[in-house]
Design a protein around this ligand. Sequence first.
Ligand code: UFG
Length: 323
Amino acid sequence: MHVVVAGGAGYIGSIVVRTLLREKYTVTVLDDLSHGNVWSLPKAARFVEGDIADPSAVQLAIHGEAHALMHFAAKIDVAESMRDPALYHSANVDKSLLLLSQIQMARVRYVVFSSTAAVYDPNTLQPLKEDAALEPVSVYGRTKLIVESALTELAKAGSLSYVALRYFNAAGASLEDGLGEAHPHETHLIPLTMRAVTTGSPLTIFGSDYPTPDGTCIRDYIDVRDLASAHLQALRYLERGGVSTAFNVGRGEGTSVRELLAMIEAVAGKPIPQAMGSRRQGDPSSLVADVQNIKRDLGWVARHSLQDTVESAWRWHTRSTSS
Ligand code: UFG
């Protein structure tokens, strides 16, 4: 069974590719390497270097027949999306629609789509259920929601069935696969904190006046290995005839920035150079997932503790900077 993985050279996609290969799927990665890493591609996967909006690249990736599409390819920087909305609508919406029209023509039956917690109105009651108000505050979140809507319409028309996985905060590394978080322009808390420990250049905490117990933002950090298994289980669910829907993927527990830094400090065994800064535009004070639906319908639960996740990230970070 052939799975096309769009954006399969990126942080999450590359770990999902390994998971699919272990489960004996035939995998083709379609990636333009604008954000992905060529070193993350395994020999066992076919690779088509190209744009998801280029019909010939997509058809080359499909290679006659594909069972499923996993779609990770997107721009993911929330702040950048606020500065340049047109870029995000073009990269995340327009290109996705072109990709979906190609896979529809090729009669690809199943789609697993990378969505985000950013589709929700963060001011609603937490933990967030999938049927909570969908009111993105960022352009990034809006672009993901538009693609979810397009998938809903395609599914209603009977073209395909899909699962949208709404990631909370992906974190950690798959040491077994030698893969971890390496974005070209890093904005995420855990890799930036690790960088602060190893370089001595301080991490800025974005805001300490949020309405949370310690004043810093609360997030639901989900291990990337658990995220990868959620993709596999979503595909299996579709193969069993599961109805098209969206699932939250989180641990269902919130951790504040200060709590996370204390954990990283303990794992690293070194102090984190840090400075207090003002709030970052667009950051909600709290985002925590309700994970009952994914547990009930996919049988998926997060297996890795946050401690485990932080340890994997630290080991991967120190290994990659020392080699
Ligand atoms: N933070 C800092 N300092 C930094 C970086 C981050 O204090 O240098 C804080 C942020 O303010 C936030 C928390 O750490 O409170 C987590 O920030 P990240 O940038 O790691 O992650 P986000 O929660 O902003 O982003 C995640 C996903 C996005 C998604 C977004 C939805 O990574 O893809 O949630 O809100 F869009």
